[in-house]
Design a protein around this ligand. Structure first.
Ligand code: SF4
Length: 362
């Protein structure tokens, strides 16, 4: 087994493209050989993107937490009548956007609950308001679920919705709502969400329309290792065709306040080994992605730092006002000072560089 692993990692370094079975083998490693996988991933990172650790100065604006869906892993959404519902109107959204601009962010992100009254126009209005109050700031918003929902509510095609969103100021779309791109798992964790096929179609449409997206995976709940590989394989195929993904972001399941965990339908999140290998194997398997981001919001800064020497090259955003992971029970999610990012990057022998959403160094 040791020899097999060494040969495989050597082959990958020499340009061999990992098969699904080989990715599975790597994700199943449980002993000190994970360091060898991490070392190979780190070398590949260095070769592909160099030694900089990047980050973006960004701010979230979540318009509402009211949602018609009830995903089992979500600790953020509220139903009518629940305590703690919020809905920001135009003036509040613009106040937040103006504050973001004052904080010198280059990116505003917005993803919200699926408000019962929202349609395509509502999303476009929000995008226009944000762009009006924060001119020049890149709008990273929406996801395939929101696009599908807007299309259904406005009786339009998803392509038409994406076109309208782009006209309203959408710069790039979040590749969230992917969770695990295996329908049997989606039925358990988010039965009302877009199917795998719809997610893939909407992402392809966005890329074709010149809207780049991120790619994500949410793992560590009730999926199998085979499901994770299946997911990575779908992402790699799309990227081969479109080159429209800016980065891959593994999102480790935050379990504490989620219905799925409370009902004992999910385990208590991924282990450290799994988090570490997800980054490393993603770097090795997704040979057509330049950027592998590690989420300090999901993993904490210490694990994020270790991921930087296991294939990751990006620390994500400063994230003023994070509330999705906080809703699920994560702590310290609101803001990470670039000075702290610099401290962990330099401690790992790397240089921190600020970037735009589309990875231009500022
Ligand atoms: S994950 Fe999104 S769509 Fe699902 S319940 Fe939460 S807010 Fe709604």
């Amino acid at each position: 087994m040791k020899e097999l692993l060494n040969t495989l990692l050597e082959d990958v370094k020499n340009g061999h493209r990992l098969s699904e079975d080989e990715a599975l083998l790597l994700l199943n490693v449980r002993d000190r050989r994970i360091w060898e996988i991490a070392a190979a991933a780190d070398e590949m990172r260095e070769e592909r993107v160099g030694n900089a650790v990047t980050y973006v100065r960004n701010q979230n604006i979540n318009v509402t937490n009211l949602c018609v869906n009830a995903c089992g892993f979500c600790g953020f959404s509220k139903k009518p009548g629940d305590d703690g519902i919020y809905f920001h109107d135009r003036s509040e959204i613009q106040k937040k956007a103006a504050l973001a601009k004052k904080r010198e962010v280059t990116e505003i992100c917005t993803v919200s609950g699926l408000h019962p009254d929202f349609n395509a126009r509502s999303y476009c209005d929000v995008y226009r308001w944000i762009c009006e109050a924060a001119p020049g700031v890149h709008l990273h918003a929406g996801n395939p679920m929101e696009v599908a929902y807007a299309a259904r509510k406005s009786r339009m095609s998803t392509e038409e919705v994406l076109t309208l969103m782009k006209e309203a100021g959408l710069g790039s779309m979040c590749g969230t709502a992917a969770e695990i791109l295996v329908d049997a798992v989606r039925k358990k964790i988010c039965p009302q969400k877009v199917s795998t096929e719809e997610w893939v179609r909407i992402i392809r449409e966005a890329h074709t329309l010149g809207i780049p997206t991120t790619a994500t995976i949410m793992y560590g709940h009730c999926e199998s290792v085979e499901d994770r590989v299946q997911h990575l394989s779908i992402l790699r195929r799309i990227q081969d065709e479109t080159q429209g993904f800016t980065e891959f972001v593994p999102l480790s399941f935050i379990h504490m306040n989620t219905p799925l965990f409370r009902q004992k339908l999910a385990r208590a999140g991924a282990t450290g080994r799994e988090d570490f290998l997800m980054v490393a194997v993603a770097r090795l398997y997704l040979d057509n992605f330049r950027n592998i981001q590690v989420s300090w919001v999901k993993e904490g800064i210490k694990m994020a730092q270790l991921s930087l020497i296991a294939g990751a090259n990006d620390l994500g955003g400063t994230m003023f006002e994070e509330s999705i992971s906080k809703g699920a029970g994560a702590i310290n999610t609101d803001y990470l000072d670039p000075a702290e990012m610099q401290r962990v990057a330099e401690d790992a022998g790397r240089t921190l560089k600020r970037r735009t959403t589309l990875y231009e160094i500022i």
